[in-house]
Ligand binder design. Structure first.
Ligand SMILES: Nc1nc(=O)c2c([nH]1)NC[C@@H]1CN(c3ccc(C(=O)N[C@@H](CCC(=O)O)C(=O)O)cc3)C=[N+]21
Length: 284
């Protein structure tokens, strides 16, 4: 049986980040300051702490400053919105990342939408979503945008293909479906109430798994030769796709780790540098 070709997210991410680092250095040379990303973390969930630390380390490595803004678990929506509004109005901050998820008592949509669109380098605001959906200028949601970069790097053209997106979350499944649609894929968005998911997946040329359930997508669901993107980040670095099974069916397959995750962070860095240039009204 033939084995799927792996899509190397580490390599694709490195290219994106090296280019971002060059532009960050140019920005610093011209303005005297590095591009700056504010990272807002509510509470101290260990996985979230790790992800935010990874993002800040990656910023430091590629010439981007980060300013960490930790918030107590007990903060109210109002307090969080006002802290984010302050960052939106702070000219020394070019990008804002509010780490998802926030505690249940907080209105996450309200918090995301307190991020100024010009600083929404994570692509989570309603305004960015609309821009993404209508093909207007704006920052894309990082994980879906990173996935599009992976597809491009491996010459996967979504045009006319059937793409099945499993998951409809605000920062993953939903924007993913918009970006694939913008590239002329025929998109089916599946979720927990979808009837007969395996049959739908079997018709997919491109599968994006974004459900958050370890090894949920089975190898036998896949059309032989399909492009399979695993956007799951479950405990213990296990994806949403049963990798061992998928490897004997898929044509191209992202590993976890080393697939979607690194490109997500790379797009965040790239968009932070772009935001910095735009806010200074200078071009890269
Ligand atoms: N507002 C917001 N934006 C996000 O983009 C966002 C978020 N909230 N909340 C959580 C998820 C998760 N996420 C990951 C990014 C990179 C890796 C990553 O690079 N993982 C490595 C492995 C990690 C390791 O080595 O421990 C890899 O896949 O190779 C994982 C997960 C971004 N997210």
């Amino acid at each position: 049986m033939s084995e799927a070709r792996p899509m190397n997210g580490i390599e694709v991410a490195r290219d994106i980040m090296e280019r971002a680092a060059e532009r960050a250095a140019q920005f610093e040379a011209r303005t005297g300051a590095k591009p700056c990303l504010a990272t807002v973390l509510v509470g101290d969930d260990p996985a979230s702490v790790t992800y935010v630390r990874m993002k800040r380390n990656r910023c430091a490595k590629y010439g981007i400053e980060s300013r960490h803004v930790p918030m107590p678990e007990t903060i109210t929506t109002e307090e969080l919105v006002s802290a984010i509004t302050e960052l939106s109005n702070d000219p020394s901050v070019h990008g804002i990342l509010l780490q998802h998820p926030v505690p249940h008592h907080i209105d996450e949509r309200a918090a995301f939408d307190a991020i100024a669109a010009t600083k929404d380098v994570d692509g989570v605001t309603s305004q960015s979503f609309a821009a993404m959906a209508f093909g207007r200028d704006g920052f894309a949601s990082c994980t879906p945008a990173g996935i599009m970069r992976l597809l491009d790097a491996y010459d996967v053209d979504p045009r006319g293909k059937h793409a099945v997106v499993i998951g409809r979350s605000a920062i993953l499944g939903k924007p993913m479906s918009m970006l694939l649609l913008a590239r002329d894929a025929t998109v089916t968005v599946c979720h927990s109430k979808t009837a007969d998911l395996p049959s739908l997946v079997r018709t997919a040329d491109i599968v994006v798994a974004a459900v958050g359930k370890p090894e949920f997508v089975r190898g036998e669901w896949l059309k032989p030769g399909a492009v399979v993107v695993d956007a799951g980040y479950n405990e213990g670095n296990v994806g949403d796709v049963a990798f061992g099974e998928a490897r004997t069916r898929a044509g191209l397959l992202t590993p976890v780790p080393g697939g979607v995750g690194p490109t997500t962070i790379a797009v965040l860095l790239e968009q932070t540098v772009t935001a910095a240039f735009r806010q200074q009204q200078i071009s890269a």
